[in-house]
Design a protein around this ligand. Structure first.
Ligand SMILES: [Zn+2]
Length: 294
């Protein structure tokens, strides 16, 4: 907060105005969508009895057993009806459990409606982030999981098993990695999401720990990966993502050690790692990264 002791520069003023404008546009976008139709979803088969639902928010995994369905994540609140319809298109079994990967509204926003029909399970930290309204994308009406774990849990249903592990910080301080042992498949939550990492420092994230967390996940026996966002991939895809996080961290750390400013580091993240110039990475990841990698 040293910055505020200095006379307010023109660029700072412009940056603050841009920030306010961004928040305003996001808010208008959010509220305008409330009355409208939520975006359509698609459901794809991943393996026997395992599907994933894409579109609007994080990828939802759907695991069908003869005693009910286990979901991984539940997108935004507005997607509830569409998720239920997509699940109905592949099975008549009811949704019984939801394993949440983390607290962000695009993965756990559906809790608000699903909590009355299914048991929701998350890490203790993901629950705490929802309860404490960690600003980072947890709306005030979000419903936290009733059942939590700190290291590992599993759901056994209809002779099938789904495991959830907490391996450490990364995207947030509460990211679960979900493992389907019989199918050798992972759902990574946002520990793998899109092309470049979003480190949610307000939500306890860490670029330093991220690769260690993924290294633990890579010790599991799997060949298929459902990422938090983006198309289904494989072990090589996850490893490449992990290596890109390391490359990004090393690049930023070297610049920070050379005394480069936050603005200069930000420019390199945009140019070389695909960060959007006014996106969440610039708000949530960059300031925290400057402090963590000092
Ligand atoms: Zn997220």
């Amino acid at each position: 907060m040293l910055r505020y002791n200095l006379p307010m520069s023109r660029t700072l003023l412009i940056r603050i105005s841009a920030g306010i404008l961004f928040l305003l546009i996001s808010w208008i976008g959010y509220t305008q969508n409330q009355g409208g139709q939520p975006p359509p979803l698609t459901i794809n088969k991943v393996k026997e009895d395992l599907y994933e639902i894409e579109g609007d928010g994080g990828n939802v995994a759907v695991y069908i057993t003869n005693e009910g369905v286990i979901l991984i994540d539940d997108k935004y609140e507005q997607d509830f009806d569409n998720i239920v319809a997509k699940v109905k298109s592949v099975t008549s079994q009811p949704i019984k459990y939801i394993l949440s990967t983390h607290h962000h509204a695009d993965h756990s926003g559906g809790n608000t409606k699903f909590s009355s029909v299914a048991e929701i399970i998350s890490t203790a930290n993901a629950r705490a982030n929802i309860v404490q309204h960690k600003q980072s994308n947890a709306p005030a009406n979000m419903v936290p999981a009733r059942v939590v774990f700190t290291e590992e849990t599993a759901v056994f249903l209809g002779g099938k098993e789904v495991r959830a592990r907490y391996f450490g910080r990364g995207h947030t301080n509460g990211d679960a990695i979900v493992y389907f042992p019989a199918l050798r498949t992972l759902h990574t939550g946002d520990l793998m999401a899109g092309k470049t990492p979003l480190i949610d420092y307000p939500g306890g994230g860490s670029v330093g720990e991220w690769t260690k967390t993924l290294d633990e996940a890579l010790k599991l026996d799997f060949d298929t990966v459902i990422p938090g966002h983006g198309p289904v991939t494989d072990r090589a895809g996850l490893l490449a993502y992990r290596n890109n996080v390391e490359k990004l961290r090393n690049r930023a750390a070297a610049m920070i050690r050379e005394g480069k400013s936050q603005e200069e580091v930000g420019k390199v993240m945009i140019a070389e790692f695909g960060w959007a110039s006014s996106g969440l990475q610039m708000q949530w990841s960059l300031p925290g990264m400057m402090a963590e990698l000092k």
